[in-house]
Design a protein around this ligand. Structure first.
Ligand SMILES: [Zn+2]
Length: 348
């Protein structure tokens, strides 16, 4: 139990490395200062009962790039050399945070480490790449990054790359927006299985999702996506996708972005916590109480004013308790499901 009497939260997705790396982001040192900007820093994480999470490396399109959208309206593919340089820089930021934390923040490589840090109150970080844009198709960079600590990989963000294509964000449209995995993408899935790197299906278009589902030997993980039935955004998961995730013993992390929660998909921060609870209810109904957790997308999206930032997590836990989730269910939602799925995926 954390100080606020709720089980400690392990969160499936945040973009704090991006925020800290921005020109006015303050770098790794700013993580240890309680800020007003953004959603996540060390002091606020402690206050909110955030015990750790999956920290994303995400690569913005270069500013000088002339936007020449692909036929499906997606931003163009990134240059791999640029993406690799940016990825190394973001990953280095995570390791510098670890180095400057006096042992209070650790990058985890195994589920045993993750469990121990959550129990000991050491903030636990999983290194994740949101999109394989930086990887060569020989997968040399994948092997090196795995040795450096990479334990989770999204094949795509919302753009095409050599391996797959991301889903374009649309409302009241099917997530079947483009082609599935390339041959290199299939090879990448098999390589991730071999290296025991978790494959994240959030941001994949529907054909890519089904290709991964057919190929992978690991539980299906959608780290930061919601229920399409409640908010018909292409970024959310349809009922058949939720059933496939359940059948694989996988999980879904609830995305806190108001435009992926609200039934009208508007970017309105005046969105009650009740809407998040409704998605949790629905995901639990479809995937089961062992297959749902959180994937906030802190520092990457617009979240509700009521949540505010990571210090709002106890409000969500409290709303879930009021809804009838008992202590065991709250532990599963807060961190036990993530721990179980990552243990099974990493096999260590
Ligand atoms: Zn994302």
């Amino acid at each position: 139990m954390s100080r606020n009497a709720f089980p400690v939260v392990f969160d499936g997705h945040n973009d704090v490395l991006l925020r800290l790396g921005a020109p006015d982001g303050g770098g790794p040192d700013a993580f240890f200062e309680r800020g007003e900007k953004g959603h996540l820093d060390f002091p606020r994480a402690r206050e909110g009962g955030f015990g750790g999470g999956i920290f994303a490396v995400w690569i913005p399109s270069p500013k000088q790039q002339t936007p020449e959208p692909t036929p499906r309206g997606l931003p163009p593919a990134l240059d791999a050399a640029y993406a690799l340089r940016r990825s190394i820089s973001d990953a280095a930021r995570l390791f510098r945070i670890e180095d400057r934390s006096d042992g209070e923040f650790r990058v985890v490589h195994t589920a045993a480490e993750l469990q121990k840090y959550l129990e000991d109150g050491v903030m636990a970080a999983v290194l994740h790449m949101e999109g394989a844009d930086a990887l060569d198709t020989d997968l040399d960079a994948l092997h090196v990054l795995h040795r450096a600590g990479l334990r989770s990989l999204g094949l795509v963000w919302g753009r095409p790359n050599a391996f797959a294509e991301g889903v374009a964000v649309h409302f009241r449209r099917s997530p079947d927006t483009g082609p599935g995995l390339t041959e290199a993408g299939r090879k990448l899935v098999r390589a991730c299985n071999g290296l025991r790197i978790a494959i994240d299906v959030s941001h994949l278009n529907e054909r890519g999702f089904w290709d991964v589902a057919a190929l992978t030997d690991a539980p299906l993980v959608a780290s930061h996506s919601n229920a399409y039935a409640l908010c018909p955004s292409t970024r959310n998961l349809t009922d058949p996708q939720l059933e496939a995730i359940a059948a694989s013993d996988g999980m879904v992390g609830l995305n806190f972005a108001v435009n992926f929660l609200r039934e009208d998909a508007t970017r309105d921060s005046d969105t009650p916590l009740e809407v998040m609870v409704r998605h949790i209810d629905y995901l639990v109904e479809r995937v089961g109480i062992d297959g749902v957790g959180f994937g906030s997308d802190f520092d990457g999206v617009l979240i509700s004013r009521e949540m505010g930032d990571v210090t709002g997590l106890p409000k969500l836990m409290s709303a879930l308790r009021d809804r009838g989730y008992d202590d065991l269910a709250l532990r599963k939602l807060a961190h036990e499901n993530w721990l179980r799925v990552l243990r099974k995926t990493w096999a260590a």
